[in-house]
Design a protein around this ligand. Structure first.
Ligand SMILES: Nc1ncnc2c1ncn2[C@@H]1O[C@H](COP(=O)(O)OP(=O)(O)OP(=O)(O)O)[C@@H](O)[C@H]1O
Ligand SMILES: [Mg+2]
Length: 353
């Protein structure tokens, strides 16, 4: 199941011409999604995320580039073959687009119309509703459901044709955090149980953090950074990526508070405000003890957070380190040698990295 490319986008350009205006929504983007991935595509509004994923099932024809899905050259398919190919690519959106006058069961069974006998369709719908935990709602109408339940219906409907790929475009953006988590958990379960490949479009790194194994960051029509989740979170290269991650790990919020109280920090020449970040088994307590034992450097913890990403702990500490300059330098070196990334923070610089 591993390393088989299921989606291959190559050198994709999408250019819109509108009333004399030219918008390059996607510029030279290449992206490979492997079977079984939950691939996050994150970026702010207007970055080109939706345009890019709409290329996957040719809802958007690219201006240039190639699109291969499941071994098929999507751009050269006849409209009839395209319809068939599209049944293997499910999509869900922020707005659930359910039919108000039909029951939940009818909404879910809609894509199966004409494809299965009445009896088989009933069975299939029952199975799909069970899969998303909504069996009791079969005869209800959309208006009777909560937002999270409606999204579950949309997911069940998207799964009706047994797709191999599910594209989720801001599907949790309108939901509260708890409901968002439950929908993400459902996507993760479907990924595991059905081997479903998921492309998750979002402007929230929190969502990516919860379920994705890979992530690409989009800005201004381009993918500016990509990689597996743990390396992106532990070694983000681009300021935008850092910003997304620092928000997801609450570091930005912590830094804001700390910088707001910068005056009361009163850092002396023998003190430094630093951010420590470590990946894997090492924990903060032994590190702080070690710095004291070895160099007499005292670390006062202002903020600490541990994330578990893909079963790997990622720790973040914001500390004030106190000690003689040469001891502080030695402590820095010790951290770096131990694979702990250490960054100097300037409390007078309100710019949050
Ligand atoms: N059909 C269209 N015609 C003209 N311009 C378009 C069209 N669709 C998208 N654009 C433009 O392309 C750019 C990228 O839009 P896109 O919807 O892909 O962004 P996005 O990252 O999905 O944003 P959001 O997070 O707000 O959904 C924007 O500048 C948008 O205005
Ligand atoms: Mg969008």
């Amino acid at each position: 199941m591993t390393n088989e490319a299921i989606i291959q986008l190559k050198d994709i350009d999408v250019t819109f011409h509108n009333k004399g205006q030219t918008v390059e929504a996607v510029k030279k983007v290449s992206l490979t999604v492997e079977r079984g991935d939950i691939y996050g595509v994150v970026g702010y509004s207007g970055a080109g995320k939706s345009t890019l994923v709409r290329v996957i099932n040719r809802l958007q024809r690219p201006t240039a580039g190639s699109v291969v899905v499941n071994g098929q050259d999507i751009l050269s398919l006849s409209s009839r073959d395209l319809r068939t190919a599209r049944t293997k690519i499910g999509m869900i959106f922020q707005h659930f687009n359910l039919m108000a006058s039909r029951t939940i069961a009818d909404n879910v069974g809609y894509p199966l119309k004409g494809r299965l006998t009445h009896e088989d369709r009933k069975k299939k719908v029952a199975h799909l509703l069970e899969l998303v935990g909504l069996s009791e709602k079969a005869t209800d109408y959309p208006a009777q459901l909560s937002g999270g339940q409606k999204q579950r219906v949309a997911i069940a409907r998207a799964l009706a044709n047994d797709p191999e790929i599910l594209i989720s475009d801001e599907a949790t953006s309108a939901l509260d955090p708890k409901t968002t988590s439950s929908i993400l958990a459902l996507l993760k379960r479907l990924n595991k149980e059905l081997g479903l490949t998921v492309v998750l479009i979002t402007h929230e790194m929190e969502a990516v953090k919860e379920i994705c194994n890979k992530v690409a960051v989009m800005e201004d029509g381009e993918i500016i950074e990509r990689g597996d989740l743990v390396s992106i979170f532990s070694r983000p290269q681009k300021p935008l990526t850092q910003d997304f991650i620092n928000t997801a790990t609450q570091i930005n919020q912590a830094l804001e508070k700390i910088f707001r109280q910068a005056d009361s920090l009163h850092l002396s020449d023998s003190q430094q405000l630093v951010q420590l970040q470590y990946v894997g088994a090492s924990t903060d307590a032994p590190l702080i003890t070690e710095l004291y034992k070895r160099y007499g450097v005292v670390s006062n913890i202002l903020y600490g957070n541990v994330e578990i990403l893909q079963n790997t702990p990622l720790g973040n500490l914001i500390v004030v380190m106190s000690g003689e300059p040469d001891k502080l330098a030695a402590a820095w070196q010790y951290c770096q040698d131990a694979g702990i990334s250490i960054t100097h923070l300037n409390p007078n610089d309100s710019e949050v990295a």
